[in-house]
Design a protein around this ligand. Structure first.
Ligand SMILES: [Zn+2]
Length: 425
């Protein structure tokens, strides 16, 4: 295996995305060198790894960084593996993480050196590590806060795994910015986006011990769907899932797809998702794309997640009128997630134009796809938890480089909605 050529292919979507922020004179190899040489170390007491939330945090952070070609150091000791995540197998969390990490990206290993460029510290204390920079994360209840600081006074007491996932997504976002440090930003706006920032995120609901999502159809087994399923797996939710996609896993997917491992290249995405999902997520693979004429021959599940890039697919699913549709989309550094129930502005109202040619290799990166999948996962779980649905908050626009600036709002019916699905007057 030619690791250099494989690494180039594996980074073929991450590098063009990150380069959008940089001067044109910065080359792919300049940028790759920055990613490759950054060493990130997770610093925490070993005892914490016997908590599920800590394992979810470490697994997710490692995944988001390794898939961008960044070096990660985690030593998790002898804690038993408590999480059921794709690719994680073994007696201890440490061994499972090491095994999974090697298959996430060409040449990846979990490094164990004692020096690092950035330390990630969870909970209160002072980082004992000699690192140039330190990120501290404190979590209390449903809220997590991130700061660039060498010490933290707050606890690590996340109410549930969803809080730990947000913490990992926030840390990954800051570390990607840091990886670009020293490369010249393309504009003042890009420089602002790349500036280290503190961040805060609150999960909007409590997660019960046992949560069953019931029947769920997932349209596309691409990055957004896979990240949403990572969220459901992390939360320990149960679901009966049917997943539609005709595509195969290739090396250009490993940068952002939690189910894309080096030992499954060339296989059908849906088959790998079905095989590697935890038992609680029962997955039926459907090895074809969802089609426009599907509503005549196939009854969709009451809840549908649409992670497909193709805007027309969102319209076809909406036309079939399931009870709930959650749509996730990304464009460059922006994430758009929306939720549609009967009588609400529909997926066509939010995404009115079916774009003609979708470019084959869309630039995108791990932390962008993660936030899209995460916000979709939150909405699916929120719906299963019950409580008031919020039509006035059906749309979230998030910015995975400045996650605190994300906005959730209502949406209006479009007179020219291509689906023609309107409020009953
Ligand atoms: Zn509409």
């Amino acid at each position: 295996m030619d690791v250099t050529a494989d690494r180039r292919e594996a980074s073929s979507r991450t590098l063009p995305l990150l380069r959008e922020l940089l001067l044109q004179s910065v080359t792919d190899s300049d940028l790759d060198r920055h990613l490759r040489s950054l060493r990130v170390r997770l610093v925490t007491e070993e005892a914490r790894f016997s908590q599920r939330s800590c394992q979810v945090f470490a697994a997710t952070l490692a995944m988001l960084l390794i898939r961008s070609g960044i070096c990660v150091q985690i030593e998790a000791g002898t804690a038993e593996l408590l999480v059921a995540l794709p690719g994680f197998e073994g007696q201890t969390f440490d061994l499972a993480l090491r095994r999974a990490a090697r298959l996430m990206f060409p040449g990846a290993t979990l490094g164990g050196s004692t020096s690092a460029d950035v330390a990630v510290l969870i909970g209160s204390g002072v980082s004992p590590l000699r690192a140039e920079r330190t990120i501290t994360l404190r979590a209390s209840g449903r809220t997590v806060d991130l700061e660039w600081s060498r010490s933290s006074s707050g606890p690590w007491e996340p109410a549930n795994e969803l809080v730990a996932l947000a913490a990992a997504g926030m840390a990954a976002m800051e570390i990607h910015k840091l990886a670009l440090h020293g490369l010249e930003a393309r504009s003042g706006t890009a420089a602002q986006l790349l500036a280290p920032s503190s961040a805060s995120f609150t999960v909007p609901f409590d997660l019960p011990e046992v949560l069953d999502i019931g029947r769920l159809d997932v349209i596309s087994a691409g990055a957004i769907s896979q990240n949403a399923m990572w969220v459901l797996a992390s939360a320990g939710a149960r679901a009966d899932i049917r997943i539609f996609d005709a595509d195969h896993i290739d090396l250009s997917n490993v940068n952002r797809c939690p189910y894309a491992f080096l030992d499954v290249l060339g296989r059908r995405k849906v088959d790998v998702v079905a095989e590697r999902s935890p038992e609680r997520l029962r997955v039926e693979p459907v090895a074809r794309h969802y089609r426009y004429d599907e509503q005549r021959t196939l009854r969709l599940a009451p809840r549908v997640l649409v992670g497909a890039d193709d805007i027309a697919v969102r319209h076809w699913v909406q036309a079939a009128q399931p009870e709930l549709i959650v749509v996730g989309a990304t464009s460059h550094f922006e994430v758009v997630v929306s939720e549609h129930m009967t009588g609400w502005p529909c997926a066509g109202c939010i995404h009115p134009t079916a774009d003609g040619d979708v470019p084959r290799l869309i630039p995108t990166a791990s932390f962008v796809s993660f936030w899209a999948g995460y916000l979709c996962g939150l909405r699916l779980l929120k719906h299963a938890v019950g409580g008031p649905s919020y039509q006035d908050g059906l749309l979230t626009v998030a910015f995975p480089l400045q996650i605190s600036e994300s906005r959730t709002s209502g949406a209006t019916f479009r007179a020219d909605c291509p689906v023609g699905h309107r409020a009953e007057v």
